[in-house]
Design a protein around this ligand. Structure first.
Ligand code: HEM
Length: 229
């Protein structure tokens, strides 16, 4: 495992082009089996790209922006925090969570009608989605159509705030029931993603919304609080 940092100084008039190139690079990073996490931070006209690679080969360049790269370095992480996927218990934990969740959904007066025509493999697909977002294998991207497919499954559904809240509430109850880690750090990251993800799903589902489906998979990390390990 290795972390790459690239520091860029980009003139204001090229900031838009730079960010477009970064979105393109994000899609490549998201699809790369060698890339574990990435993020881009900005401070006025300075950007820092941080990428954690499984192996140091296959590192793509933002070629046209190399002239603006002022510093590039590779670091062996001293102690890399486990991914949320690993901390949660891996693929088995996510399968267990969503199998139990959709059993409860079928009995829930608010959610059952929404999922009445659900594909029987839906729980497995959502488990693969969340596992990948949380740093697990890129199964949803490689086998289930990735971000475009997930977004397209919500388009036009006109979900309501009541349904969104109930989805979150039932999933949190299920997480307790199946014994997902209950430490404050994991739960804060978990609930943070659920809040973000469900609000995005609600937004994309509204009538007339045309989503940019070609966005890369989101990746979720520990956020402000890291685990004690
Ligand atoms: C963090 C939030 C969410 C995530 C990660 C998520 C994930 C997904 C994924 C991955 C799919 C496509 C499954 C496939 O590939 O077959 C999907 C479909 C769907 N989602 Fe969501 N979803 C979220 C929020 C919601 C909410 C809040 C609702 C409604 C209350 C909802 C309703 C649906 C429905 C009805 C489908 C289609 C199910 C089917 O026919 O198979 N989703 N969702």
């Amino acid at each position: 495992m290795i972390t790459e940092y690239v520091h860029y100084v980009v003139p204001a008039e090229l900031a838009g082009d730079f960010e477009t190139a970064c979105s393109k690079a994000a899609r490549a990073l998201s699809a790369s089996p060698y890339c574990r996490t990435y993020d881009l931070s900005r401070n006025e006209n300075q950007y820092t790209l941080r990428v954690t690679w499984v192996a140091p080969q296959d590192i793509p360049e933002l070629a046209e922006y190399q002239p603006f790269a002022t510093d590039k370095r590779l670091e062996e992480p001293v102690a890399l925090a486990p991914t949320l996927f690993e901390w949660a218990g891996g693929a088995e934990a996510f399968d267990k969570l969503f199998t139990a969740f959709y059993r409860k959904v079928a009995e829930d007066p608010v959610l059952a009608p929404v999922f009445a025509g659900m594909n029987p493999n839906h729980p497995k697909h959502v488990a693969a989605w969340l596992g990948e977002v949380f740093g697990g294998p890129k199964i949803y991207s490689q086998q289930h159509g990735g971000h475009p497919h997930m977004i397209s499954r919500h388009l036009g559904r006109a979900l309501t705030e009541e349904q969104r809240r109930q989805w979150v509430r039932v999933l949190i109850d299920t997480a307790d029931e199946v014994g997902l880690p209950s430490d404050a750090e994991f739960r804060s990251a978990f609930v943070g993603y659920l809040e973000w993800g469900t609000r995005m799903a609600l937004m994309f589902s509204q009538p007339g919304v045309e989503a940019t489906v070609a966005e890369p998979m989101p990746t979720w990390g520990w956020g402000e609080v890291r685990p004690w390990f």
